[in-house]
Design a protein around this ligand. Structure first.
Ligand code: FPP
Length: 240
């Protein structure tokens, strides 16, 4: 049973397996992403109902530009569709949406939808739903380092650079409300890799892997993965 008193503060998810889900059904890959978007919506709803404070999903990585133009266009069209259909519900649920990643270069309509969603939910105080979009962990760290280097050059930082300064310069830092590191990272579809997701932030995260393809990932399975997380003994490098 899920212990409501020991819920993770921050859950991060690598939503993998949309392509294989579509292939199994002889459908185009973008139909797999469409089904994946439906699954994502259900998980946002359940995370919000469970009182989880932060949910971060890997929607598009810095490496995903290598995919076919058709697939890339399809994914960004889905983003526009998501905002069109679900912004109202996100607002009702008091969900605040934020972005991790450099989304300035995504197609203009998708960027406009994203901006609208950020603006319209910015005063919400419930679940913070972070969408990693054109995100890469190395990009995140490189950007933070450049940001701090600039502060050294300008004289704003005079002493040593600390871990805390680096954390605060990441996408999960100051600019997005100082999101705590993920307690648990879930990856679906049987792959067991980090794939350039939240590299710095994952230092002490628990990993839960499942063979379920992302479009088949239900709120019930989500709760089971959280139970698995709760059964772990987290020591953060110390001893008990
Ligand atoms: C990985 O599956 C999934 C993605 C790269 C895209 C994730 C996108 C969504 C869930 C829907 C869109 C949502 C937003 C907010 C834009 P894969 O294609 O790598 O699957 P495969 O490994 O089976 O090929």
């Amino acid at each position: 049973m899920l212990d409501k008193n020991r819920m993770p503060k921050h859950v991060a998810i690598i939503m993998d397996g949309n392509g294989r889900w579509a292939k199994k059904r002889n459908l185009p890959r973008v139909m797999g992403h469409n089904a994946g978007m439906q699954a994502m919506k259900e998980i946002v709803r359940r995370a919000s109902d469970l009182g989880i404070k932060y949910l971060t999903v890997y929607a598009f990585s810095t490496e995903n530009w290598k995919r076919s133009e058709e697939e890339i266009t399809g994914i960004f069209r889905l983003l526009v569709k998501f905002v069109g259909l679900d912004l109202g519900e996100l607002k009702e649920q008091n969900v605040r949406v934020r972005v991790f990643g450099d989304y300035s270069c995504i197609p203009a309509r998708a960027k406009a939808s994203m901006d609208e969603m950020l603006e319209e939910t910015k005063d919400n105080t419930g679940l913070q739903f972070n969408i990693a979009l054109n995100y890469g962990g190395r990009l995140d760290i490189t950007r933070a380092v450049n940001h701090l280097a600039e502060k050294v050059r300008s004289g704003e930082i005079t002493g040593e650079i600390t871990e805390d300064m680096i954390s605060r310069a990441l996408y999960s830092g100051d600019e997005n409300g100082d999101v705590p590191d993920p307690d648990v990272i879930i990856r679906t579809s049987g792959e067991e890799r980090i794939s350039n997701f939240l590299l710095w932030q994952a230092a002490y995260s628990e990993f839960v892997f499942t063979d379920v393809l992302w479009p088949d990932f239900t709120p019930e399975i989500f709760e089971q993965t959280l139970e698995q997380y709760q059964s772990r003994d987290r020591r953060f490098g110390g001893r008990k």
